[in-house]
Design a protein around this ligand. Structure first.
Ligand code: GLA
Length: 760
């Protein structure tokens, strides 16, 4: 039983395999938060709370004259409210019917049930009765009638607790929600740091570790999407936490729109975290009887960043990603974007596909430029009708030509975008997001289609279904190439304009839900100028997301490293592209580009016809290698062994859950003369097994210096798991700039070990 309600002491304890979370209903009826962290028992932890009269931290009226030590300004709470004398950041702010902004929530009831709650219209982790339990704690503001249900989903095996909130107006007049966060979390003790992932277009999710100082710090997005600039995944940790040890908490917002994650260290050195929809663009009207449901947030606690990342990897793979593609082998793809940009014909695409098919590529993706008038980014968005003149055939025929090569066929869409120069805009100028009377801001020459409108959603569902029914399409790249400004919807009344940004995301989710239900065989890949909408919300619909428009292998090390803190390899779209790289001009070896793209949903993005015969053969063997180790790469436990911004090599490891095999990849991001050797300690192996180490992916003709460390691998030495994990492994030296090594390890059976010992 993972949820325990102790009616005598009024505690509610959530237990997962390795963690405990506890709350307590105190004598005033306030729902306190008493503990989250390493697993312990379910005894009352409220003895840790220090009650003391603190100047200028007031007291609720009921206790004020008798107990000045009781103050909401100090107490750790489950869902903090604005206006009650808790001056820290709050989770809920409501403009009540009388114009006041105070809410005081007190405990009313709680309910425990088997299985995981779901959230209508929103993505959320799912779990059967065997996998998850749901706790609903109901709070109420007795003065206004506002009811707040706190949902907790407990995934015991996964070590994940989810949270979401439903707010119901059971009062008489309409109220305005001005802030409705999904989570508020208090730590009474500890001195914390937090890991955030900032970035920009083509350089997403850079890790930043900062101390949580007195006052408020935050990351978020007001761009309509989760954004390139900040990611809705963070970690909070102890100052001493490393990859493998130390207290670490992870928080992943299952939402693709505007978000805010705030931390505050208060006057008593306590830390509060509040996460949810960004309140700046948000105001939601609740008429009497209406309700609002917040998006969900997932949280995990573990020792070290690595273990918390691995919890999220598994959680996203098993309880967020859905449908046929959850466990189905994803095809190795080739995308024509960097190969041709907008300049292609059906014949040119077929020629690329033919060569790629011969090398083992399984899916051909036709990117931007196949529809309407679209030879650059100035026109055509919204006209989702194939340009048969450009293709030289119908979409169906092109799909069939690709399939005749033994490949699947996929295409690119950007349904939320609209060009002013498009038939759709000319027919429905009011469908574009704009403030009446003002010229809307442009970005990449385009406007935004108002997905908050039901008629727009219906139109797009119809249009996309027609295309998908009429051509043999088995993959969609769903792109969105700008941030949203001028947020206003002509379909909403004046007092509901603050709902537009969230309704836009709900509209997007509705369209995606409808398509994934109707075409379960189609694999969707999310994209937003690369990784501008890389979040657990999108992964509910699109099990993979194009990680970045930056395909430079060396910069990708950093982008994929940052992304790996919150998201699994199976979610990260990664391609081998041509050199000099189109974003940086850098030249890296093909083997390095292959090695880096194999830390994602492997594919190619170049014109294979422009490669030399030797390069093509190398591509063939890369694909063979990826297919051979597919399960290990996509489902293995992921270990970050070194950082791309320190030292000279970035090293990571994928190891099978039973520790039987592992693939270690190392890329030299900084080559030095007379180099200091790179040592890493592996993870997840069996202490007492012997492993054979094999260097893979090294082109045959490359001769190795006789004193090279590679010799060690060539001689087929056996090394114990304990040695590899505690003493470490020396990465072979770089033979050229940006060298990559892939080392495959397999645990040997006892007889092999004995035979090899008797030989040596
Ligand atoms: C975005 C995507 C690219 C490509 C272009 C097409 O930038 O991230 O991969 O699809 O759009 O316009």
């Amino acid at each position: 039983m993972s949820i325990i309600f102790d009616d005598k002491v009024k505690t509610i304890t959530l237990q997962t395999k390795n963690t405990t979370y506890q709350m307590k209903i105190d004598r005033q009826g306030v729902l306190l938060h008493t503990y989250y962290g390493e697993k312990t028992d379910d005894t009352d932890k409220s003895y840790m709370i220090c009650y003391r009269d603190r100047g200028f931290s007031g007291n609720p009226y009921e206790v004020g004259r008798i107990d000045r030590t009781y103050s909401l300004d100090i107490l750790p709470q489950e869902y903090s409210c604005f206006g009650t004398g808790d001056y820290r950041i709050s989770a809920l702010k409501v403009k009540n019917a009388d114009g006041s902004r105070t809410s005081c929530l007190l405990y009313e009831s709680c309910e425990i049930r088997e299985g995981k709650y779901s959230l209508p219209g929103l993505p959320a982790a799912y779990g059967t009765k065997e996998e998850a339990q749901t706790l609903t704690v109901t709070l109420r503001d007795c003065e206004t009638g506002l009811k707040v249900c706190l949902y907790f989903g407990v995934f015991e095996e996964q070590d994940i607790i989810t949270r979401a909130v439903k707010i119901i107006n059971e009062g008489e007049g309409a109220v305005m929600l001005q802030k409705a966060a999904s989570l508020s979390m208090d730590w009474q003790t500890g001195d914390y740091e937090w890991l955030t992932f900032y970035g920009r277009h083509t350089m997403e999710r850079n890790l930043e570790r900062s101390r949580i100082m007195h006052g408020v710090q935050s990351v978020g997005s007001v761009r309509g999407t989760s954004s390139h600039q900040h990611n809705p995944f963070i970690m909070v940790c102890d100052g001493s936490t490393t990859e493998e040890q130390g207290d670490c908490y992870g928080f992943s917002f299952v939402y693709s729109g505007e978000f805010l994650m705030e931390v505050e260290k208060d006057q008593m050195d306590q830390t509060r975290l509040v996460c949810g929809i960004h309140p700046e663009n948000f105001e939601w009207k609740l008429e009497s009887g209406e309700s609002f449901v917040t998006p969900e947030i997932m949280m995990a606690y573990g020792k070290g960043f690595g273990s918390v990342s691995r919890i999220f990897h598994q959680m996203i793979r098993e309880h967020i990603c859905r449908g046929e593609w959850k466990h189905k082998r994803r095809p190795v793809l080739i995308n024509n974007w960097e190969g041709t940009y907008f300049h292609f014909t059906g014949d040119k695409l077929e020629a690329i596909a033919r060569e790629a098919a011969d090398l083992g590529v399984e899916l051909f993706v036709m990117d931007d430029g196949w529809f309407g008038k679209r030879d650059d980014d100035a026109s055509g968005l919204g006209d989702w009708y194939p340009n048969e003149e450009k293709l030289g055939c119908t979409l169906k025929e092109l799909g069939e030509r690709i399939m005749a090569l033994g490949m699947q066929f996929g295409i690119w869409f950007e349904p939320e975008g609209i060009s002013e120069d498009s038939d759709l805009y000319r027919a429905h100028p009011d469908w574009a997001v704009a403030v009446p009377g003002r010229k809307p801001g442009l970005s990449r020459n385009q406007l935004v289609l108002d997905f908050s409108r039901e008629d727009v959603q219906d139109y797009m569902i119809r249009r996309l279904k027609e295309i998908l029914h009429n051509a043999p399409i088995s993959y969609i790249k769903w792109d969105f190439n700008r941030s949203i400004c001028d947020k206003y919807s002509r379909a909403l009344p004046q007092e509901r304009q603050g709902e537009m940004a969230h309704r836009f995301v709900l509209g997007l989710y509705r369209v995606l839900e409808e398509l994934t239900k109707t075409f379960p065989h189609i694999l969707l890949e999310g994209c937003s100028g690369g990784g501008g909408r890389f979040d657990a919300g999108m992964l509910y619909y699109t099990p993979q997301i194009w990680c970045s428009d930056n395909t430079d292998a060396i910069e990708r090390l950093q982008i994929q490293y940052g992304t790996s803190f919150g998201y699994p390899v199976s979610a990260m779209g990664a391609h081998v592209s041509a050199v000099p790289n189109h974003q940086t001009g850098r030249v890296t070896p093909l083997s390095t580009r292959g090695c880096v793209a194999m830390a994602g949903t492997f594919g190619y993005e170049l014109d294979v016809n422009r490669m030399t015969a030797a390069e093509r053969e190398e591509v063939r063997s890369q694909i063979e290698m990826f297919k051979k180790h597919y399960d290990l790469i996509q489902y293995g436990e992921y270990y970050r062994l070194s950082s791309p911004v320190e030292g000279s090599a970035t090293v990571w490891e994928m190891v099978s859950s039973d520790g039987g095999e592992a693939l270690v990849s190392a890329v030299y991001h900084h080559v030095r003369s007379n180099p200091v050797p790179v040592y890493v300690k592996l993870g997840g192996l069996r202490e007492d097994s012997m492993y054979r180490l094999e260097l893979t992916g090294v082109p045959e003709e490359r001769t190795l210096p006789i004193n090279s460390k590679e010799h060690f691998f060539r001689q087929g030495h056996l090394v114990s798991g304990a040695a590899l994990m505690h003493c470490g492994l020396m990465v072979p030296e770089a033979l050229n700039g940006f060298q990559a090594w892939q080392i495959y390890l397999r645990a040997q059976s006892c007889s092999t070990v004995q035979a090899s010992m008797s030989l040596s």
